[in-house]
Design a protein around this ligand. Structure first.
Ligand code: NDP
Length: 331
């Protein structure tokens, strides 16, 4: 039996982008419940930064990356939803997608519709499934109805631009925040009804103005430390604070006692991997995403491409807020 090898990006210790090292790995045959997939493109996500830096500690050494698309090359025992030659894409935990070829659990991997190319598939799975569960499965009491206001931070980013378009398709009035005038314009052309440059403007005052003092029904906050306090004050009574990231740093500990006087608020911390814990929910959510993309409701904007070997620069740019929309690593 010939041993296959692959390029992969590995960290031996947590730290800055310089810790991302190109290595060669050997790739074996898939075991029960696994597949071997040859990637055509790899998606870059902000979670990769947390895993590299150690904000989310990993057992080291570890290969990074949680999203990719390619062709199924071998199928292990018990895998029935995929066959050799299928075009496929995934968001997965454990990490390891920054590579040409890998063996991985099949449960996360979905057949990619013919109408969706590999780069789009690689860019959209983790970010698109996140927008899906946030807008459709993480709603305030009574649900979201057309016309409702929601606040979505980092609206011109990877998850953000998908959420802007999907929220518009759902009839929601999404108020997006972003870190520059150019990013605000991008959010607006992608379905945000209002955009606030939160580097220059007080987003709380603007949200109150836009909603005539009533506040929004839900805040989707991936920025964390810098936006948390004011975000709570943007909510209408019984509103939902859905925290799902920490791009500016983790949220400081707080007492639940503060939520009562602010209007009996709900607070939740969400993660994609709870939602896609089973093959069934993964496929149901992916089908919804595929339908949104193939119908044209949601366009996947790949605004940056880097070669796999240039992944350090990709991380630098993502952390420096230089990117918009999605980023892929080409192979
Ligand atoms: P983005 O493309 O959105 O990049 C992150 C953005 O955050 C930046 O572009 C920037 O936009 C904004 N930001 C605000 N403050 C900072 C800061 N201090 N440093 C860096 N960026 C900052 O990334 P993704 O689309 O990959 O992910 C978006 C967020 O969602 C991330 O926080 C990610 O961890 C989270 N996430 C969570 C998931 C979950 O299930 N919990 C799943 C997927 C993503 P701007 O300049 O406009 O402020």
């Amino acid at each position: 039996m010939t041993t296959l090898t692959s390029r992969a990006i590995q960290i031996d210790q947590h730290g800055g982008p310089e810790q991302l090292k190109l290595v060669q790995i050997s790739v074996g045959e898939p075991g029960p419940g696994e597949i071997r997939i040859r990637h055509h493109a790899v998606g870059l996500n902000f979670i990769d930064v947390y895993q590299r830096s150690g904000l989310y500690p990993m057992q080291l050494p570890v290969q990074l990356g949680m999203e990719a698309a390619g062709v199924v090359e071998a199928v292990g025992e018990g895998v029935t939803h995929l066959k050799v030659g299928d075009r496929a894409a995934y968001a997965s935990n454990p990490s390891g997608s920054y590579c040409d070829l890998r063996v991985m659990p099949a449960q996360w991997v979905c057949k990619l519709p013919d109408a969706i190319n590999f780069e789009t598939g690689a860019a959209m799975m983790l970010k698109g499934l996140t927008a899906q569960y946030l807008l459709k499965r993480t709603q305030p009491q009574g649900g979201l109805q057309p016309g409702d206001f929601v606040l979505f931070h980092a609206a011109a980013g990877g998850v953000g631009l998908i959420a802007c378009q999907w929220a518009k398709a759902m009839g929601l009035r999404l108020i997006g925040t972003a870190g520059s005038e150019q990013k605000c314009a991008l959010a607006l052309t992608n379905g945000a009804q209002y955009a606030i440059n939160y580097v220059k403007e007080d987003f709380l005052a603007r949200v109150k103005e836009i909603t005539a003092g009533r506040g929004v029904k839900a805040v989707y906050d991936s920025v964390g430390k810098d936006t948390w306090d004011k975000s709570l004050d943007c909510l209408a009574p019984f509103g939902l604070m859905a925290s799902f990231g920490n791009a500016s740093g983790p949220v400081a500990p707080f007492s639940p006692g503060i939520l009562g006087p602010k209007g009996s608020l709900y607070v939740t911390r969400q993660t994609l991997f709870t939602h896609i814990a089973t093959r069934e929910t993964t496929q149901t959510m992916a089908d919804d995403l595929f339908a949104a993309v193939t119908s044209g409701q949601v366009k996947i904007h790949i605004e940056q491409r880097y070669r796999l070997e240039d992944v350090q620069q990709a991380h630098r740019d993502l952390e420096a807020r230089k990117t918009t929309g999605c980023t892929v690593l080409t192979l």
